[in-house]
Design a protein around this ligand. Structure first.
Ligand SMILES: [Zn+2]
Length: 208
């Protein structure tokens, strides 16, 4: 793989070497002592928090390369979210492509979706206006609201491009079109993020 990594470095808590950190990493979890480390200017600082994820069935594994068609990627981190009031949970994997760029892949009970953040200036319906089953035009697609909920981070692993802490919550909605179109809107304090999703057939995901 091409290497946009910035450095090799050590965990301030236990001294173990961390895996090579990606240029865009802001946070890493030590694989040995599970301490959360903040990364800034290629330096790591211990955040003092510990995060341990219990394993749930997944094809993806941290540090293992996978191939889908001509596309090769390696999971470098993940965030586990619980949805609603303890209704279940799913993983968001941060993956690095062989080209060096990164993407997110969500894994919810055997379903895998590649998510691409859309740079979108148009109007996005406010969370409070959403209703299940309502029709919405977004990104030039005819969509229906299929889920309105909130998510709470319950664990992190590996390295991540953003500071996320267990307990952090955000609200979101899933919108689906008739031809497998998937759009997710994410509502943070003062911003709305829009993601386009593409289903990934788990049988197409092979160890590289
Ligand atoms: Zn450590």
């Amino acid at each position: 793989m091409s290497s946009p990594n910035i450095s090799d470095t050590n965990c301030p808590s236990c001294g173990a070497a961390t895996p090579p950190l990606l240029k865009h990493s802001k946070l890493a979890v030590c694989a040995y002592c599970n301490s959360t480390l903040f990364i800034e200017d290629a330096q790591v600082a211990s955040a003092g928090e510990k995060s341990v994820l219990t394993e749930i069935p997944s094809i993806l594994r941290l540090g293992q390369q996978f191939q889908v068609g001509n596309w090769i990627f390696e999971p470098v981190g993940r965030i586990r979210y619980e949805y609603g009031a303890s209704e279940g949970y799913w993983d968001e994997w941060w993956v690095q492509l062989s080209t060096g760029s990164t993407k997110w892949i969500s894994n919810d009970e055997g379903e895998y979706v590649i998510e691409n953040e859309v740079d979108f200036d148009g109007e996005v319906p406010a969370y409070e206006q959403l209703e299940i089953g309502a029709s919405i035009q977004l990104l030039g697609k005819d969509l229906r609201v299929t889920e309105i909920n909130h998510a709470t981070c319950i664990g992190i692993e590996g390295q991540l491009p953003e500071i996320v802490n267990p307990g952090d919550t955000h609200r979101y909605a899933h919108l689906e079109g008739q031809n497998s179109e998937l759009v997710t809107t994410e509502y943070e304090e003062d911003a709305i993020f829009v993601f386009e999703g593409v289903w990934l057939d788990p049988f197409e995901i092979k160890v590289a």
